[in-house]
Design a protein around this ligand. Structure first.
Ligand SMILES: Cc1cc2nc3c(=O)[nH]c(=O)nc-3n(C[C@H](O)[C@H](O)[C@H](O)COP(=O)(O)OP(=O)(O)OC[C@H]3O[C@@H](n4cnc5c(N)ncnc54)[C@H](O)[C@@H]3O)c2cc1C
Length: 490
């Protein structure tokens, strides 16, 4: 089954507990802090259910023969992987990649776990059944998932079990024949307001003694005891779409989730108090690669948008002809090509995990390391190109509604390529992409969503083909000695 927009929106009216500004939010689909973003997410569902798009966006599941969104597809060949990527690109393009945790991200993670079911079978056949049953359930019900896989910051020099509060980090307080009971917090559910269910686990290394935190499960966001503590809503503070075209519509939200003695049934528990298995679920299966491959697809879409924006800013200010500006744009274009090329490379260099075809692990980690550092550079370049135009703007859309100030805007906002309204519209968009509080959160997102830089660099270190590089060095060292070049007269 695939859902349409109305079915998706209806599914969010589920009495979940979201806290914002000291109050509990009722219906997110109508609340002014969330409603436009919910409507943007609903477009994903409109798009997939449009008969004109269905062939590209969906596939027939091998076990039921029903259609499902391609985010759940488990490709068996390079061609299937690319076909799936093209569908994901189309979906992500609906918001230029600004909904970072669109439905495709955690679906990719769970799909990666399903592709690596052998790892779960070796651990515990019952937990393997839970993973496979949930993969099919989420796929067949077209669920939107988010995840919380990071422990709250407190004292990072100490283990989870050594923190002052034993249940700062979500852990098991009890277990019985029906399941486990979980208490404590996890960060940071992006798109929690948009999702139906949350995948909860720990991707950070845990130490002996931390077993109670080594869990992995899924739970509906309206389950008893699940409390979402929302950050400030940028949407709420962006009442007019024209003034903040991104913040007002694509503020996916981020929330700490507190588990207030939440009961999780066994058929939703993937790992129970096993430190090694918490790591293996990501790294011994294709899950980590597959979820972050989706993130790189999204970033390539976003880069395309930002590069287009840079060019439009330069054209609007009449500076594109200056050699220095062409160089800046040329450099941006090269950076965009690098992101695209890494994406292509991870597909071309992909390999089989069992019967499934998955992107190349090291190329993925290389892309993460480079793009975490690239994103701040790209947004800074847009600021550099735009100059004071990002700031020298009318105070709000109201200035256009007053005939007197509108005339003044027409006299003061000019461009060789567009009228004053179009100029203001463009620079407002650019500010929301690089300068507003929404933009600033995106900077933090791109720098951290996949872990801090030292984490991704360590993944790159762990997966590089050092033996091949070592052989190159050895060959060179062997080619000369104190006597000169080997096999040649000195
Ligand atoms: C906007 C945004 C959205 C997010 N969305 C999600 C989400 O949907 N789901 C989810 O699970 N998580 C999410 N996260 C959390 C994200 O995964 C974490 O921010 C990331 O893993 C880094 O962890 P941390 O924030 O605890 O930083 P820390 O691990 O505390 O690191 C912060 C800094 O401290 C230093 N540091 C810390 N530990 C070490 C160390 N061992 N060695 C060297 N230096 C160290 C480094 O300078 C590092 O950059 C999101 C984060 C942001 C900012």
């Amino acid at each position: 089954m695939i859902r349409n927009a109305a079915q998706y929106v209806a599914s969010l009216r589920d009495n979940r507990s979201i806290y914002l500004d000291g109050k509990i939010v009722g219906d997110t689909t109508t609340h002014r802090a969330f409603r436009r973003t919910v409507a943007s997410a609903a477009k994903f569902y409109d798009y997939q259910s449009d008969p004109a798009n269905q062939d590209r966006m969906t596939f027939r599941t091998p076990d039921t023969g029903e259609i499902a969104n391609r985010i759940w597809e488990l490709p068996k060949s390079y061609e299937q992987l690319v076909q799936r990527r093209k569908a994901l690109e189309e979906w992500i393009s609906l918001n230029a990649g600004y909904i970072g945790r669109g439905p495709g991200h955690v679906a990719s993670c769970i799909s990666g776990m399903a592709m690596g079911l052998d790892v779960f079978k070796e651990y515990d056949p019952k937990r393997a059944d839970a993973v496979m049953n949930y993969y099919q359930y989420a796929r067949d019900n077209d669920l939107y998932l988010t995840y919380v896989i990071i422990n709250p910051q407190a004292d990072r020099s100490k283990a989870a079990s050594e923190q002052e509060n034993e249940f700062l980090t979500a852990g098991v307080v009890d277990q019985d024949s029906s399941g486990i009971t979980v208490r404590g917090a996890k960060m940071l559910a992006s798109a929690g307001i948009l999702a139906n269910e949350v995948f909860v686990t720990c991707i950070q290394p845990l130490r002996p003694g931390d077993e109670r935190y080594a869990i992995s499960f899924v739970i509906p966001l309206n389950a008893k005891g699940v409390k979402m503590l929302s950050r400030k809503s940028y949407e709420e503070h962006a009442p007019d779409v024209f003034d903040n075209p991104l913040a007002s519509r694509f503020d996916e939200n981020d929330a700490i989730i507190y588990f207030d003695d939440v009961k999780v049934p066994w058929d939703r528990v993937f790992v129970n108090q096993n430190i090694e298995m918490c790591q293996k679920q990501f790294h011994a299966t294709p899950a980590h690669v597959y979820q972050n491959y989706q993130a790189q697809i999204r970033l390539s879409v976003k880069m395309r948008f930002l590069i287009g924006l840079a060019r439009r800013i330069a054209d609007t200010n009449g500076v594109t002809g200056f050699p220095q500006v062409r160089e800046i744009l040329g450099n941006l274009a090269a950076q965009g090509a690098m992101v695209d090329a890494l994406l292509t490379a991870m597909e071309v260099k992909g390999s089989k995990h069992g019967e499934y075809f998955v992107p190349d692990r090291h190329t993925l980690y290389a892309a993460q390391v480079l793009t975490q550092q690239l994103y701040p550079q790209v947004t800074l370049t847009l600021r550099e190109l735009a100059g004071g135009g990002l700031i020298a703007l009318p105070s709000s859309v109201e200035d256009f509604r007053n005939p007197e100030t509108r005339k003044l805007i027409e006299k003061t906002q000019q461009s060789p390529t567009c009228n004053s309204l179009e100029r203001v519209k463009l620079f407002r968009l650019a500010w929301d992409a690089v300068g507003s509080e929404f933009a600033s959160r995106h900077l933090q997102y791109e720098m951290f969503y996949a872990g801090a830089l030292f984490v991704t660099k360590n993944h790159s270190f762990a997966t590089y083909d050092w033996a091949r590089s070592a052989a190159a060095v050895d060959n060179m060292l062997k080619s000369y000695s104190l006597e000169g070049a080997t096999g040649q007269a000195s």
